[in-house]
Design a protein around this ligand. Sequence first.
Ligand SMILES: [Zn+2]
Ligand SMILES: [Zn+2]
Length: 154
Amino acid sequence: MGSIQMLCCPRDGTALVRGHTTHSDAFTDHGMLHCPTCTGILLNAEAATNSITEEKLKKMHQAFQTDCEKTDLDCPCCDSKMRVRQIVFKRINGTDLDPIELDGCPECNTFWFDSGELQRVVSPDDEPYEESDREASVLLMALELLILLPYKFV
Ligand SMILES: [Zn+2]
Ligand SMILES: [Zn+2]
């Protein structure tokens, strides 16, 4: 905790923030930070205070330690080049959601969700949000639900 405060967005370099007061508990529980510019969301297992989330993120991390596609993104936490995988979450009723591209760091337990990827899952009909604040809240709540669901890498 603490050191995660000064991280920058791997896409556009904007300082990441812990979000709005209404969702600050969720941010802290799941070790989330969000980018006010592109509304992408960073997850970090060490920053998560929810032990279920922490365990889950550490498991997800293993999938990025093995060979997978490299990206040009620098990990905001340790400056390694991040890698990318397709992750599929399962709904409560057992059906699969559309695959999402997830960027993960091979060195530390850090993940990056592009807002466009989350948006595809949250609102497939692609209705634009009017305020970016609202969009960030919706994406955040979606991600909070997503990481509690079972998943597989494809
Ligand atoms: Zn950004
Ligand atoms: Zn890292």
